[in-house]
Write a protein that binds this ligand. Sequence first.
Ligand SMILES: [Zn+2]
Length: 482
Amino acid sequence: MPRYIVIDIVIEGGTIVTMDDERRIIHDGGIAIEKGAILEVGNRDDISAEYKAKRVLNAEKHAVLPGLIDTHGHSGHSMMKTIAETVPGWGTMIEEVYLRGVKEEFWYIDSVLASLERLKFGVTTGATFLGGGRGAYRTDDPKFAELHMDGAREVGIREILGLGPVGRAPYTPREYHDLDGEKKTSRTVDFDGMMKTTRKIVEKYGDFNSLVTARMTVSSIAPNLDDLSAEDQAIVRRQAKEIRALADESGRGIMAHGGGGVIKSAKELGLMGPDVMLIHCGGLTEEDINIFAETGTHVSHCPRARAIMRRRCPVPELIDAGVNVALGTDGSAPDRTFDTFADMRTAQTIQRHYFHDSSYMPPGKVLGMATIDAANALGIGKEVGSLEVGKRADVILLNMNKPHLTPRFMIPQRIVYEAYGHDVETSIIDGKIVMENRVVKTINEERALDHAQRVAEEVVEYNDLEKYMGLPEGFWRSSKYG
Ligand SMILES: [Zn+2]
């Protein structure tokens, strides 16, 4: 009788950065994975003596981390990146394209493309708004959310999709075009119609462990109630009640953009709380920060987002007040990537520059903001975000045997200061090896990229976007665009 147990996967060797409560780092470690979950984390010798596995991954000269979690992105953006990056009315342009200028296929292949990019950068869970700009959600019909979910599921990445009413409260009807039939059809959908679609999708995708989940989302958490007429205030209150009710029913809360000027109103409308994650949070006052702390509302800080150029997110002040702050990428248009390592460093640079002090934003804290803090912000901290017994097995292996990562000392600092998404070599999601030695195991990557290219070319042509794709005045020799 063998002494050992045969399980699915054993990871042997390497430096394990657990991100557990004690922030344990295990040199020459081992991880046992069975039925999608972490069975044991410990020393290599102990794990090897106890288990035999169908797959043994040698992690020597590697760092082993919990999969990164990107708390905020936008669907559609992967297909639209860089286009119109200098256009002041970018949000209006993108809304036109998303609501009236793309076919169904666009939402599927965008999701595949975004999921592939995230996977190849070490992101194992992403949260995504179904659209972008000023709230260009495709909540006119459930099929768009379904196509998005299909794409993410085929790649094999965890996805939390946010959808809800379009625009800003009070929500007004929007016109959508359907380009898939024999000829273009148009429909107008109001708040009730958008909420109906949202409800359907939130109910359909409820189980986090089936990889894809949906969540009640509004583009902007609330207007400033003081700016509205009594009539509009009444509409906003009624709509907010419905949004809160669906969030409560689903048990999955709310995701939304938000920042200084609307936090008091959001609290009054019942839209702040421990099940709420607000994105950007620029320009917060001390009073706002106190509301975050007292309501337990989470922050998704996207340091490379354009919103942050306008108003700083007071990350150190929020952390000092006891608020949970996570990192997000804000998707990939017009000028970003899903490489969360870049966000870790940018988050440091912004605050260190602001305070003229390089002791702000220590690497360990920043790494937490992309793993366990991010999981907590999304309400999934019991399932993922750290390498601990009983959690789902979302694990990434970084090859540290490279010029920019050697000598292999001070692993957590080295990762935050020097690593890139491309250094992630192998990704395990829910106990399944989804990428190994940078080869995606679930779908044919090359075919997917060709598909995305073809659809993007059609979208450029249909929406006449070529005018936004040249080199504008000031591109080569000026300090700013003309
Ligand atoms: Zn955003």
